[in-house]
Write a protein that binds this ligand. Sequence first.
Ligand SMILES: NC(=O)c1ccc[n+]([C@@H]2O[C@H](COP(=O)([O-])OP(=O)(O)OC[C@H]3O[C@@H](n4cnc5c(N)ncnc54)[C@H](OP(=O)(O)O)[C@@H]3O)[C@@H](O)[C@H]2O)c1
Length: 255
Amino acid sequence: MKDAFGAPQSLLVLGGTSEIGLATARRLIARRTRTVWLAGRPSPALTGAADSLRALGAAVHTVPFDALDTDSHEERLGKIFTEGGPAGDVDMVLLAFGVPGDQARDESDPVAAVRVAQTNYTGAVSAGLVCAGALQAQGHGSLVVLSSVAGERARRADFIYGSSKAGLDAFAQGLGDALHGTGVHVMVVRPGSVRSKTTAGLAEGPLATTPEAVASAIELGLRRRSETVWVPGALRVVMAAVRHAPRPLFRRLPV
Ligand SMILES: NC(=O)c1ccc[n+]([C@@H]2O[C@H](COP(=O)([O-])OP(=O)(O)OC[C@H]3O[C@@H](n4cnc5c(N)ncnc54)[C@H](OP(=O)(O)O)[C@@H]3O)[C@@H](O)[C@H]2O)c1
């Protein structure tokens, strides 16, 4: 059960090696989280991630999960909820998996482009619905979805990724409305550019942030029961302007 400040006792991370997912898990373990499930593609990185959280005192389980294998989601993820943790429930699900793709390559490789779309959008629709149904059956819990500022308005530089995040974002907003009043809270998180292994070496904008800053914003959003969180918060205003910029101007913006 979450406490009065929205801090979960148990956490399921979909995308168990995600830097943002792990920064969030570390932050929540430092507060109150005692049980963590890391769902992801089996790898030494997943095992290492579980060990790193165990070292902080949490009981950590790894669960095989592939976003692209949607036929397996109901059974794989459903089982976590039915088997439960020591307290029986999963208080928070963090949907943290995703791939940026390689825009230049993917434009000439439709199969690779579809893989980006299927991972980030259809994989998330499937996993999101399975987890939302299970949270609803519990009668409480938060589903936190890592969208992206890239989904707010697709840019020439990364419109394959951006369009997948736009779909995910719209899906998560609609799901949040569908679950309003059920006790289940859906929170959409829109980080800007996050300094991480994925973005190492890439040019970063003035509003670049860190996995730890995203984790901190998620914790605050849980406490406030926010529906939308921008990281950094200034992006809310910046993107309100960018969203309405005329196309010829938008094409020249360095965002
Ligand atoms: N980093 C940024 O600048 C940024 C900005 C805005 C939004 N976001 C979003 O925030 C989320 C987390 O980002 P991050 O920076 O923490 O990324 P990350 O460290 O690269 O982690 C991505 C995660 O996605 C998992 N994944 C990829 N394909 C998968 C699949 N088919 N099945 C299951 N898991 C799969 C990876 O697992 P493997 O270990 O198996 O590869 C990894 O756990 C993503 O959705 C990303 O789009 C990131």
